[in-house]
Design a protein around this ligand. Structure first.
Ligand SMILES: Cc1ncc(COP(=O)(O)O)c(C=O)c1O
Length: 370
């Protein structure tokens, strides 16, 4: 079979220039480029996309996660249960908050944190559980939230890969107390960099007010600068009007982009099943992934990667298991589910740039064997 396409694993989606550039020009020369009305408008409109009425913006997803941990009351010395199968920032944010990472094992069928393993990790020092929807496949939220509620532990969702995913019929972003989205360059939707935090708890107004201070040196921006008292540590974590303007324009175009990720993922779920030496991910029936990339588990991974590369199809493991980093060495433990997943997993392209012809070609190339 000869090479027909070059298909990258990630590709940045930008709105048409005739829509984006005038909007950017307008904001750049408006005299107001820091946090202002476009940021507030973007928070509201992004909230509609993810089913939350209370969204705070940040300059990155990592900053949003740091904020979530602190707002949830995580303090130095507390334990936060997390997954090692993620990008480093998920767990780096726990260190930013001064807490200790406790690894829970993952489900080797899909890479997501395993509720049974979480149950085994809970201790009197557990303050929060960080749940990553890996690759855009929703983690088993019902079981995790039931466990957390029984012990009065906060659940923080890292939905950096999961914009547009749904769980039990409702969008990811509408379920948990804190749900973080990343708008970094290669995510479903980008503002170049940015992070959003949906806050769905009962006392959301107080949390939002505290979050606004947290992202701006501990200062209430609405109050006269010389009259505020800074009573808590804050950071320079806010989003600005320029990136928010990119976000506002992205929102006009993003639905079909996400829908194409989902259509491709479902296509692969069907057409990559029943192949010897390859398994697709298995997940709950109530989980509707948004397939940031598509994960398969293969025998002879090196051969698989080489075979795809020869046919112009990019593939990658994308992430190093975080428990192997020395910065997390205090947290080391046995993780047999992760061992199993990590030895076979590989990610292939699935996004908006994969058209009908490309996805059929990808299936043919894989079915031809490696
Ligand atoms: C799972 C996960 N969590 C957190 C982040 C951090 O997001 P950001 O790069 O916006 O800080 C990323 C991506 O970079 C990620 O992939």
């Amino acid at each position: 079979m000869r090479k027909q396409f070059d298909i990258p694993l990630f590709k940045v989606f930008m709105p048409p220039r005739e829509r984006l550039l005038p909007a950017l020009e307008q904001v750049l020369y408006s005299g107001q480029i820091s946090e202002g009305e476009p940021v507030l408008q973007f928070e509201r409109r992004f909230g509609s996309l993810v089913g939350s009425g209370n969204v705070l913006s940040f300059y990155s997803g990592t900053a949003a996660l740091h904020a979530a941990l602190v707002l949830a009351g995580v303090q130095p010395g507390d334990e936060v249960i997390s997954t090692a199968m993620t990008a480093e920032p998920s767990n780096m944010a726990i260190l930013h908050a001064g807490a200790k990472v406790v690894w829970a094992d993952i489900d080797p069928a899909n890479g997501n944190i395993d509720p049974l393993a979480i149950g085994r990790c809970i201790s009197p020092a557990t303050r929060a559980i960080l749940v990553v929807h890996y690759g855009g496949v929703p983690a088993p939220l019902a079981a995790i939230r039931a466990l957390a509620a029984a012990d009065d532990i906060v659940v923080i969702e890292d939905a950096a890969h999961a914009l547009g995913a749904r769980y039990a019929g409702a969008p990811i972003g509408s379920h948990g107390d804190y749900v973080m989205f990343s708008l970094q360059a290669i995510k479903h939707m980008t503002t170049v960099d940015g992070g959003m935090l949906a806050c769905n708890m009962q006392n959301a107004d107080a949390i939002l007010a505290a979050g606004r201070k947290f992202r701006w040196f501990g200062i209430d921006r609405a109050a006269p600068r010389t009259e505020v008292d800074v009573a808590s540590v804050g950071y320079k974590y806010h989003m600005n009007n320029v990136t928010a303007t990119i976000g506002l324009t992205q929102l006009d175009f993003i639905r079909p982009v996400i829908d194409r990720h989902i259509a491709n993922g479902r296509y692969f779920d069907t057409h990559l099943s029943g192949i010897t030496d390859l398994q697709t991910c298995v997940f709950e029936a109530v989980a509707e992934p948004s397939y940031w990339f598509y994960t398969v588990l293969v025998e002879n991974r090196e051969g698989f990667i080489r075979h795809l590369a020869e046919h112009g199809i990019a593939s990658s493991m994308a992430h190093k298991r975080n428990d192997w980093h020395s910065v997390f060495s205090d947290s080391r433990t046995e993780l047999p589910g992760l061992d199993q997943f990590y030895s076979r997993m590989i990610h292939i392209p699935c996004g908006w740039w994969v058209g009908d012809a490309e996805r059929e070609y990808m299936v043919d190339v894989i079915r031809a064997g490696w």
